[in-house]
Design a protein around this ligand. Structure first.
Ligand code: ACM
Length: 537
């Protein structure tokens, strides 16, 4: 009889656990499942203890958005089931949290509001993937905190423009997977996307192009559609606030000295050759006038870059003043990548500058350019980030390096005791194809989910003291071949979910088989959001 009872109990526990398939991405540091469940419904009360009101409100923001209802928020525990947000005393690890689900209460606690927010995001993952007002949440105990302090996703809004609504959606995707940084790539050859009051032509001229190539570069023609858009400063403030409410820092990128065609189209004096028309390759199918400086209609790297003149430096300082007034981020990204030296080589002004400043060559001039901008940004209490080309000709003294052309740049910068963010193309470029027989138009390359998941941001070449300079990593989303929000979603999901685990979860706990087993649930979650995604074959 006793045996039978035990067998019955065992069977009951197994079915209970089978019903309570918990999928939390990124995988928490520690998760203990208990028996029993918490019955969540629209009568559950949120208890916001002192200092946690914002996170309590944010839970309601998400419940309303995802499930169409809100819960009452109170400050004291009463009858029924409740969810408590508890801000603990102490200053340790403000991004760590505990989440305990009991029979009639859920307690989210942390020493920081950030930790409470992450706990709230985990709670959302315990709720159903379908629109419903009731849920049975398994009893469990989670202790959790991130591995890396920089967990980033980037979005290029230059090649294609994405409106504020989508940018906010994107920020919500980041928040769900516990990213804490949004790298907003705001200026490009094909469009300048941020209003700068002092230079209105940056947006009246630079934010629009007369057409876009059709298909893969060099294209089968030009669509001749006037295309563009930009964010007003009011919209930027609104997006920054939206991100702050979700504990996401926005790092703005203002590209220099390359990828400057749109700025030059607006203010030709920024070029070393203001009177020369933009060179358009004979291979490029073009819409509208070919005369004068033009916003680019095709993809690639272009020779007409910022001239290192006093006019340009004053312009950039004025632009950066407005950018820094908007963005509270400690970092300002100044680009630095893919700046051909062709026009500097044939410019008498640049050659004289190289001599006068005792520089070695045009790479030395790029280093001079970046260091001058760094000094300006540092003088305002901010720091620069640049792509790994800023190593060439000598690294600016306080710069953080984003390593994109493989890991080499990151390794070299860490060895020089500079902070590094890893974004190597082979693991982090989410614009690359997800299948070998690319199922949609992409820039090329091949970056399957498993490769992203298997990425290790700390290169083995670094010893422990150098590894400390690797702040984290970032997924990059270049949008030459992503003309719609749906395409962006298709390219980031599920790869950004995989990368979140690289950045958050303990290295030894990552397991591709386990992640694969969670994919069907992740797909359902994307469906709940109405998001597109790639389904692994
Ligand atoms: C880059 O992908 N050009 C940084």
């Amino acid at each position: 009889m006793k045996k039978l009872f035990l067998l019955g109990f065992l069977f009951f526990s197994i079915t209970l656990f089978a019903q309570t398939n918990v999928v939390i991405v990124p995988k928490p540091v520690s998760l203990q499942m208990h028996s029993g469940s918490f019955n969540f419904d629209a009568s559950t009360t949120i208890i916001a203890e002192k200092g946690s009101e914002h996170e309590a409100d944010m839970l309601n923001v998400y419940l309303q958005k995802l499930y169409g209802f809100k819960l009452p928020v109170k400050t004291k525990i009463g009858k029924g089931t409740f969810i408590v947000f508890k801000l603990l005393p102490g200053t340790e690890r403000k991004d760590a949290y505990n989440l305990n689900v009991g029979s009639n209460n859920i307690i989210i606690s942390s020493t920081g509001n950030e930790g409470l927010f992450y706990g709230m995001q985990t709670l959302l993952q315990l709720l159903p993937e379908t629109k419903t007002e009731t849920a049975s949440i398994p009893q469990l105990a989670i202790k959790d905190y991130p591995r890396f302090k920089y967990r980033g996703m980037h979005l290029d809004v230059g090649r294609h423009f994405f409106d504020v609504d989508f940018v906010k959606k994107y920020i919500d995707y980041l928040a769900y997977f516990k990213y804490n940084t949004f790298h907003w790539h705001l200026t490009e050859d094909q469009g300048w996307r941020i209003e700068i009051k002092k230079y209105p032509r940056l947006t009246s001229v630079g934010a629009y192009r007369n057409g876009t190539i059709i298909g893969h570069y060099p294209g089968t023609g030009n669509d001749s559609i006037h295309y563009g858009g930009f964010y007003t400063q009011e919209q930027i403030k609104d997006v920054i606030k939206y991100a702050q409410e979700r504990f996401i820092t926005i790092i703005p990128e203002i590209e220099m000295p390359g990828h400057a065609s749109a700025a030059i189209a607006a203010y030709p004096e920024l070029s070393c050759f203001p009177n020369e028309s933009t060179k358009i390759s004979p291979k490029t199918s073009w819409a509208g006038s070919r005369d004068g400086k033009q916003v680019q209609q095709t993809w690639g790297v272009f020779d007409d870059i910022f001239c290192p003149s006093e006019y340009t430096f004053k312009f950039l300082e004025n632009v950066l003043d407005e950018v820094m007034a908007l963005f509270p981020s400690k970092y300002i990204h100044i680009g630095g990548d893919e700046a051909p030296k062709t026009s500097w080589k044939r410019s008498a002004f640049c050659q004289k500058l190289i001599k006068d400043k005792n520089l070695k060559d045009e790479h030395g001039l790029q280093s001079y350019f970046i260091q001058r901008i760094e000094k300006y940004i540092n003088s305002k209490g901010r720091k620069i980030i640049g792509w790994d080309e800023i190593l060439e000709g000598g690294l600016a003294p306080n710069a953080t390096v984003m390593s994109w052309r493989g890991e080499k740049g990151g390794i070299a910068a860490a060895q020089q005791h500079h902070d590094v963010i890893m974004t190597p193309g082979t693991y982090c470029y989410l614009d690359h194809a997800q299948t070998k027989d690319s199922d949609s138009l992409t820039i090329g390359g091949y970056l399957p989910l498993d490769t992203v998941y298997g990425y290790e941001p700390i290169p083995k070449e670094l010893d422990a003291s150098e590894a400390h300079y690797i702040l984290g990593a970032q997924g990059n989303v270049w949008t030459e071949y992503m003309a719609s929000p749906q395409k962006v979603e298709y390219m980031i999901f599920p790869r950004m979910s995989a990368l979140s685990e690289v950045l958050w979860s303990p290295k030894q706990d990552r397991n591709m088989d386990h992640f694969n087993s969670e994919l069907p649930d992740l797909y359902k979650r994307y469906q709940l959001w109405g998001a597109s995604y790639y389904e692994k074959k």
